[in-house]
Structures are given as C-alpha cells and as structure tokens.
Design a protein around this ligand. Sequence first.
Ligand SMILES: C[S@@+](CC[C@H](N)C(=O)[O-])C[C@H]1O[C@@H](n2cnc3c(N)ncnc32)[C@H](O)[C@@H]1O
Length: 302
Amino acid sequence: MTAEARIVDRPDQRPVTVRTALREGAEFLSRLGVPGARLDAEVLLCRVLGCGRGKLFVAFESILGAEAMKQFHSLLRRRAQREPISYITGHREFWSLDFDVTPQVLVPRPETELLVEVALDILGKRRSSSRILEIGTGSGAIAVTLATQRVEVEIWATDLSAGALEVARHNARRHAVEERIHFLQGDLFDPVRHWGEGFFHLIVSNPPYVPRRELEVLSAEVRNWEPRLALDGGEDGLDFYRRIFFAGDVFLAGGGYVAFEIGADRGAEVLPVLEQQGGYLPGTVYYDYAGRERVVAARKLR
Ligand SMILES: C[S@@+](CC[C@H](N)C(=O)[O-])C[C@H]1O[C@@H](n2cnc3c(N)ncnc32)[C@H](O)[C@@H]1O
C-alpha cells in the first residue's frame, strides 16, 4: 500500500478539484475496507486545508494545490493503516469540548458522556463543595468536563501512565481548570493514600474493562492503536471493579458515591461485585442512548 496509484486511479497526476480529490480519497479508503470512508476523507482534507466541513463544500470546484494533495494522500495512507482518525487529527470532541488526544490516551467515547451526566446528577444532590477522585483519567475528558461544569468541585485524577497524564494536564490548561485538578501518577488509590479515609465525596472511573480474550477481536483501530493499558480488564474484564469497589469505600465520606462506566450490558456481572463488597447500598444501572447498560452508580452505606 505504498504506491500513489493505490489512491489515485487517474493515469496522470494533474491537479484536481476538491470534489475529485475527496471522491478519490473516499474510494481509496473504501476499497481497503475502512469504515466511514467518505466522512474520514472529508475530515482529513479539512485538516490539510485548515477549514471546517462546511467550507469544504463551498470550495468543491476549486483546485487543490500540489502540496495540499501530497499532505492529503499522506493522511489517507495513515488512515488506511487503520490509525484512528482522532490520532491523525490530534483532536476529539467530548461534551462539546475539544480535547487533544495522542496515542498515549484512549480516544474519549460518546458513551462516556453518560458517566459525566450521572456524576453531575450526584453532585447536584450535594449542597457544599465536593472532592472527586477519578481513577484512570486518560485524556482527562471526564475530570476536565466535570471541572468545567461545576466550579465548586476539586478533583484528584490519577493514571498509571505518565504519558496520559501529560495529555490530561494539557487539556486541563486548555479549558482553564488546571488549578482545580490534581493530576497524580500511580496505581489506583496509591497516589491519594495519604489524604486518608473518608476524604472523597465521589469516585468516578471508566476503567479498562475489555475481557482479555476479547482484546484480539476488537476493531483494528482499537486493537493496534489504542493503549493496551487502557483496555485490558483482566480475564473476565472485572479486575478493576473488584479492586476499586473493594478498596474504594475507605476513601469515601459517609453517603459518598461511586460511579463507573461498564462494558455494554454488563450490569449483571458488575452489580454482584459491588454487592459482595458489602459497603454500598444496592447499585443503579444507567442506560446509554443506544439503550445499553453503560454506567453503574452506588452510594456508600454509612
Ligand atoms: C478506559 S481508559 C479511560 C480514560 C478516560 N478516563 C476516558 O474515559 O476516556 C482507562 C485508563 O486507566 C488507566 N489505568 C490502567 N491501569 C491503571 C491503574 N492500575 N491505575 C491507574 N490508572 C490505570 C489507563 O492508563 C487509562 O488511561
């Protein structure tokens, strides 16, 4: 997949219009089985031209310069290797905010917005300011969004990956909330241990939850490009729930909450883990816009 001819079927290399370049780009990706080929070609050409999609359509009949064409083809080749579009553009929208993303972090998913909604709902029940712990912050999408939505919260966001924390810090600065988020590197609760018992009012996490045997059947975009550390949830995908539920209630204030993203429709597996721990009231399962179980939340017993 190195030859230019694989992208352009024309015998000559004369300059072409934006419309033609787009068609050729989309056909190239489509021939290689890339999902969403047309949209991706548009996003990549916008990236090259530094414009929004609306402007692209207005420029349909203009000629694409040789340099722009070269850049476009280089991005198309990356996408043909199934590199996620967000890693190529370096951006992803989450909760209508723009986040920088790199291959150090999981690309924030729209489903995770439900976890933010549930967390905001829980915070809405509290009168005073809240201390939140996010475990596995990745790009910082959850922590940064919560901080932009509630000025009265202070957040401790941990991750095992130093590279991810760098991206998260950058995103916090971009959205002017870095003073209210403490980014800490380490395993689960290790970085916050010295804050002591009962310190947090809410623990949120979208932990790695893919069962190990399923890692190899994920899409090429996820399997080959996204950090394994962000995906691997152990043999049955429940390792992090066991560890976080088991240790978590110690760090929660009386009446505090936990709220977690879960794999689609895995409530029946995650809820018993919560119940076995014994320190929480019965959990609630929340459904995403596709009607699938996506978040579990529960209140600490005492
Ligand atoms: C599924 S990603 C979630 C990222 C981000 N919060 C989001 O929702 O887009 C899980 C994150 O947990 C981090 N992680 C994995 N193992 C960890 C551990 N033992 N302690 C802390 N963080 C961990 C990964 O580096 C990754 O950033």
